[in-house]
Design a protein around this ligand. Structure first.
Ligand code: HEC
Ligand code: HEC
Length: 208
């Protein structure tokens, strides 16, 4: 029902003829978000597809494993863009790259919308927050990720992600790891020490 509905909407849109660029898909997602009926159908579809994900990312998008990110309350355009990155090889992870390549565009949109609407739950973190971490955060990171780490349409939410995932991801950015190519984060943290990255990861993990 969702796909038929979507198709009839798209036929009426001026940019329907364009190729499936990330931009046009994000535009499509924005249109769905503004239309109650389309959004309802997409969320239903997304919930169904999410059964492929819950083993790792948790029932409601709150990951139960320390090396796996939460998807809950992540902004939908970031979630969608990461699928594109996994599918085109800009970002690499054995499972995610395969999964992303096998989901249709409509499924990627529906899943992104679904998880973005779940709530992040506080989780026990292996490290406590510190003043040092707060200092790094409030001098650099808040500019893009926001005072509370909740991100925006352009920037991911990072607050409350598992510490291990944050630390490992920051180290990938610092080491120019090909698993996360072309990220603006590489320029941002160039020159930071591993200790500073551990401190800021602990601070971010404990943000609510
Ligand atoms: C076998 C475990 C596994 C399954 C199943 C899985 N994921 Fe993942 N996912 C991961 C891991 C591990 C990462 C982190 C990869 C990395 O470190 O870059 C990840 C990362 C992601 C990211 C990037 C999040 C971020 O914060 O950058 C998204 C989005 C995502 N997964 C969505 C999904 C969706 C949607 C599904 C179901 C269709 C799914 N995943 C199924 C393990 C899994
Ligand atoms: C100039 C803007 C900017 C600043 C400043 C910035 N970030 Fe980012 N950050 C981004 C963007 C854009 C992304 C998403 C793109 C990507 O995946 O590489 C991102 C991604 C991330 C991610 C990966 C999120 C995920 O779910 O995988 C983490 C962790 C992160 N930033 C932490 C930080 C920390 C900690 C700081 C401060 C030291 C910081 N960022 C400063 C723009 C910024």
């Amino acid at each position: 029902m969702y796909r038929g509905f979507l198709l009839s909407l798209l036929v009426m849109l001026p940019f329907a003829a364009q190729a499936d660029s990330v931009e046009s898909m994000l535009q499509e997602m924005a249109i769905i978000e503004k239309n109650t009926a389309l959004l309802g159908a997409a969320l239903e579809d997304g919930q169904e597809r999410a059964s492929l994900c819950i083993h790792c990312h948790g029932e409601d998008g709150n990951s139960k494993r320390d090396y796996i990110p939460n998807l809950a309350d992540q902004n939908a355009s970031y979630l969608f863009t990461q699928f594109e990155h996994f599918a085109d090889g800009t970002r690499k992870n054995y499972v995610m790259s395969k999964l992303a390549a096998n989901l249709t565009k409509d499924e990627r949109i529906a899943i992104a919308l679904y998880f973005s609407r779940n709530e992040v739950k506080a989780r026990p973190q292996p490290v406590a927050s510190s003043e040092k971490g707060a200092t790094v955060y409030n001098s650099v990171c808040f500019v893009c990720h926001g005072k509370e780490g909740k991100g925006s349409q352009q920037y991911p939410r990072i607050a409350g992600q598992p510490y291990d995932y944050l630390k490992a991801t920051l180290m990938k950015f610092r080491n120019n790891d090909p698993e996360r190519q072309n990220s603006p984060m590489m320029g941002v943290i160039r020159g930071m020490s591993e200790a500073q990255l551990s401190d800021v990861a602990a601070y971010v993990a404990n943000m609510q």
